[in-house]
Design a protein around this ligand. Structure first.
Ligand SMILES: [Ca+2]
Ligand SMILES: [Ca+2]
Ligand SMILES: [Ca+2]
Length: 227
């Protein structure tokens, strides 16, 4: 009986608050100073919605958080820390242009800042529109954002805002904001930087060996070198 009560209480707590893998945005986190920390919510479980630009699922590659965001007539900022070197950060907007609570869609943009000094942050890069395949799962519209950036160990701020009607893709729209009734899903993942270079170098190396052996075979054929 006691056990059942404890279970019921913990289920109730799960339903009403954020838990591992999920952060529900309820605060007015509209500046770097009031950025909501998502550090406690990272998980390494499987998610069908965490992916890369090629459309592959990457949820098991590194810890991630799903942020259920709510516009408060402001932009939203979330802080997190990276302890290890050799990591990358993925910001992936899902289910947002077609969210049932967004009757006119919500054209999001995302950005990433790294802390460079006390109260000083450097804008690393930002993204307005991705392709529909970027971010695997949940990215259903070209206007949903997707961004992957290398991230040295340190403190970071992820930002979400609404794309402002400026000339396309000119920068972070600090003066723009998310209307209070608009909702979005932001996936934040920290994972090791993949090393496709080593695989490419292996293939190039094999190709070079093949070319050299072809050349020496031909040279032998024409008597250009001994052996
Ligand atoms: Ca908010
Ligand atoms: Ca996704
Ligand atoms: Ca967009």
């Amino acid at each position: 009986m006691i056990k059942r009560t404890v279970l019921a209480l913990s289920l109730a707590a799960t339903a009403t608050s954020s838990y591992a893998g999920s952060y529900i945005d309820t605060t007015l986190n509209n500046s770097f100073a009031t950025a909501a920390s998502i550090n406690p919510y990272f998980t390494t479980a499987f998610s069908p919605d965490i992916g890369n630009a090629a459309g592959d699922n990457t949820s098991m590659d590194g810890p991630w958080v799903t942020i259920s965001g709510q516009g408060n007539e402001a932009s939203d900022y979330f802080s997190f820390d990276i302890a290890q070197e050799g990591q990358q950060v993925t910001l992936d907007i899902d289910y947002t242009m077609t969210h049932p609570n967004n009757p006119y869609g919500f054209d999001a943009e995302v950005a990433l800042w790294q802390q460079v000094d006390t109260n000083a942050y450097s804008l690393l890069d930002w993204n307005d529109d991705s392709s529909t395949s970027a971010g695997a799962g949940g990215s259903v519209h070209d206007f949903d954002s997707f961004q992957v950036l290398n991230a040295p160990a340190g403190r970071y701020i992820a930002g979400v805002s609404r794309f402002f009607n400026e000339p396309n893709d000119t920068g972070w729209s600090a003066e723009s904001f998310i209307a209070g009734d608009r909702q979005y899903t932001l996936q934040v993942q920290v994972s090791p930087v993949p090393e496709p270079e080593s695989y490419a170098m292996l293939l190039a190396g094999l190709g070079l060996i093949g070319a050299i052996s072809r050349i020496s075979r031909r040279r032998r054929m024409f008597g250009l070198c001994p052996g």
